[in-house]
Design a binder for this molecule. Structure first.
Ligand code: 0RA
Length: 645
């Protein structure tokens, strides 16, 4: 053993120590997101092996002890011993930062990067323990690590036969993660399904074996396998919509080592666009050059085809959003050296991608539609309708502007504004009806809390064209009070008058409906407002229990039962059920729901845009059958976590 070895060993230990000291630098956060990131990291390695053409099946299991196992049938991490370090390649991959990709050399093995792609060594360093098994060369190789450091040497035993592959099991270190180490099924299953869509032909099986967390007492198994890849993704997102064309438009190609895949389908009964972008399997929430290229080429191609087919008058020109109205699409690019920009590193920056997407999609889409004039006409008709509606909306908006609703010089009369003019400390509570509005106005802290009472149900913007939206008084009030821009236009948080927009509705069916209408409004009108985390939901109590001089507020039936079951046998107490916020005294409303010191607010986060889009379309759209089915399936437990938003 050389001196070099000792020096390298020290470097390895320092690396692990650094990951454990500054985990956020490697996995983004030490909360929920970072925790789940560990699983993605390991799965990404198996997906890379699949992309290289060597792996067909990936299995992810949540184990009863809190650990996770990821198994694949790829080639297995190499196990040969490096002559200089004396370490196996497996140990190197699992302990040396950034070693994962090195083995690829110029074979183009690794395409992941950016958000993920930090390497399994990071997962290892942040795990209480990790065990790896490699089936390779007829042998079963195993090794165990604790907090990133080898706890055993690699053992090799015969018995693998023909089997090849890798299994990694790890238990996240609870001293690292701030919000616990329990994995959320829906978060992981959503991502696994997404990966299966993005990598057509790979079978991903996801099993939850944490029986104590499962209602049925039986393991929950789901398997995702989509031969059609992103085509099936689009079909899945549109499964409750009415497509304008059966066959999904599909483009696949490669230029300058950049792989591009696009799937598109327009629906008759949708009025927004839902384009999802991915770069190297990472969801690019903030867009980037791939989406810019796609949008440009869609607008140009549809205008040119429309003109060729004599559908446009001389000075008519379809705008991008006209062409995209009712469009569901996925664009997935694989870039050898991705640049991820922005605060959350979810915007693709590589400028060359714009032109590559533009030219590849332009050629294929033009040809595709030349052979299918019926489809071309249906899409053009839809875009023209959007174009005319936009014209009408523009006129309606002008009207609105003249009345200065969007200029926000006159705030709506029923708004009880706060005295602060600093949006970052200001909140607005949107409440249902005047009586709740009254309690809230009296209960609030007027320095930083504003109240906007809405009358009855607001317009369902899912079913309304733009012209009507701007004429509606309740919507006008919302737009002006919040300082929103024009629907669908770039969202500028600088204009927002409050950085906490709190929906505070009654805890009954009507309240839930109004809440959904408001969420639909925010999501469809200026989705960035939701994505950037400005929208919240208040959690008012359902019951007040009074016993002697003590009183308790309960936020669920379970909490009520817990408290009353703790009382002695024949204790005397009274339970008051709050039927609406209006029934609460202003002081009660403050104490339980509005006081920042004691309240609970739920921040609305759209984890899975595709699912949210579908949920909103199903709940708020025109088609009755899917809605009935949805409500029957989820109705009894319809709450926010179930909606995954
Ligand atoms: C480095 C090189 C090779 C494969 C892998 C890593 C690999 C890593 C993981 C992690 C989970 N599953 C994996 N499968 C493979 C190439 C091996 C060769 O050339 O035979």
């Amino acid at each position: 053993m050389t001196n070099n070895y000792g020096a390298e060993q020290i470097q390895v230990l320092e690396g692990i120590e650094h990951v454990r000291k500054r985990p956020g630098m490697y996995i983004g956060s030490t909360g929920e997101r970072g925790l789940h990131h560990l699983v993605y990291e390991v799965v990404d390695n198996s997906v890379d092996e699949a992309l290289a053409g060597y792996c067909k099946n990936i299995q992810i299991s949540l184990n009863p002890d809190g650990s996770v196992t990821v198994v694949d049938d790829g080639r297995g991490i190499p196990t040969d011993i490096h002559p200089r370090t004396g370490k196996s390649a497996v140990e190197t991959v699992l302990t040396v930062l950034g070693a994962g990709g090195k083995f690829g050399g110029d074979s183009g093995y690794k395409v992941t990067g950016g958000l993920h792609g930090v390497g399994v060594s990071v997962v290892n360093a942040l795990s209480q323990w990790l065990e790896v098994t490699v089936w390779r060369d007829g042998k079963i190789h195993t090794q165990r690590f604790e907090r990133g450091v080898p706890a055993t040497k690699m053992q090799a035993e015969p018995g693998a036969g023909e089997r090849t592959g890798t299994s990694v099991t790890f238990l996240p270190d609870p001293t690292i993660f701030t919000t616990g180490t329990t994995f959320t099924y829906a978060t992981l299953s959503g991502r696994m399904r997404e990966l299966a869509f993005l990598n057509g032909g790979v079978r991903i099986t996801f099993t939850d074996n944490r029986l104590e967390l499962l209602e049925t007492g039986e393991p929950k198994v789901e398997s995702y396998f989509y031969e059609g890849g992103i085509r099936e993704y689009v079909a899945y997102m549109n499964r409750d919509k009415q497509p304008l064309h059966e066959e999904i438009v599909y483009v696949q190609g490669e230029r300058n080592n950049v792989q591009v895949e696009v799937a598109l389908q327009w629906s008759a009964d949708a009025y927004t666009d839902n384009l999802l972008g991915f770069a190297n399997n990472i969801r690019t929430i903030d867009g980037g050059t791939h989406l810019e290229g796609l949008k440009t080429v869609l607008t140009r191609t549809m205008n040119s085809i429309a003109r060729k087919r004599n559908k446009l008058r001389d000075d008519d020109k379809l705008a991008g959003e006209n062409v995209r109205e009712g469009l569901t699409g996925v664009i997935s690019v694989k870039v050898p050296e991705p640049e991820f920009e922005g605060q959350t590193k979810t915007k693709l920056g590589n400028t060359e991608v714009r032109g590559i997407v533009d030219s590849l999609v332009g050629e294929v889409l033009t040809e595709y539609l030349e052979f299918r004039p019926g489809v071309a006409d249906a899409i053009i008709e839809k875009a023209l309708e959007a174009y005319r509606a936009a014209e009408a909306a523009r006129k309606a908006r002008e009207l609105v502007r003249r009345k200065s609703v969007l200029e926000s010089s006159t705030l709506p009369g029923k708004l009880a504004d706060c005295s602060s003019r600093d949006p970052s400390e200001s909140e607005i509570f949107i409440v249902e009806g005047d009586s709740a509005g009254g309690s809230a106005k009296q209960g609030r802290d007027r320095r930083f809390q504003a109240i906007l009472p809405l009358r009855g149900k607001i317009l369902n913007i899912e079913k309304t064209d733009d012209a009507k939206i701007y004429k509606n008084t309740e919507i006008q009030a919302l737009i002006t009070a919040l300082g929103l821009g024009i629907k669908g236009e770039e969202f500028e948080s600088g204009q927002l008058r409050y950085h906490r927009i709190v929906i505070m509705t009654d805890a009954d069916v009507d309240g839930a409906h109004i809440r959904t209408l408001l969420l639909t409004f925010f999501y469809r009108y200026q989705r960035d407002m939701v994505d950037q985390g400005f929208v919240y939901i208040a959690c008012p109590p359902l019951y007040k229990i009074e016993r002697g001089r003590n009183h308790y507020y309960c936020y669920s039936d379970r909490e009520r039962d817990q408290i009353t079951s703790g009382f002695p046998e024949n204790a005397k107490y009274e339970i008051q059920r709050f039927k609406g916020l209006g029934e609460m005294m202003p002081q009660q409303l403050w104490d339980t729901t509005m006081n920042p010191e004691s309240r609970t607010l739920k921040r609305v986060a759209i984890e899975d845009a595709a699912e949210a889009d579908r949920v909103f379309t199903v709940l708020m759209g025109d088609r009755v059958a899917p809605r009935r089915e949805f409500i029957e399936t989820y109705g009894p437990k319809l709450n926010l976590t179930d909606l995954d938003i």
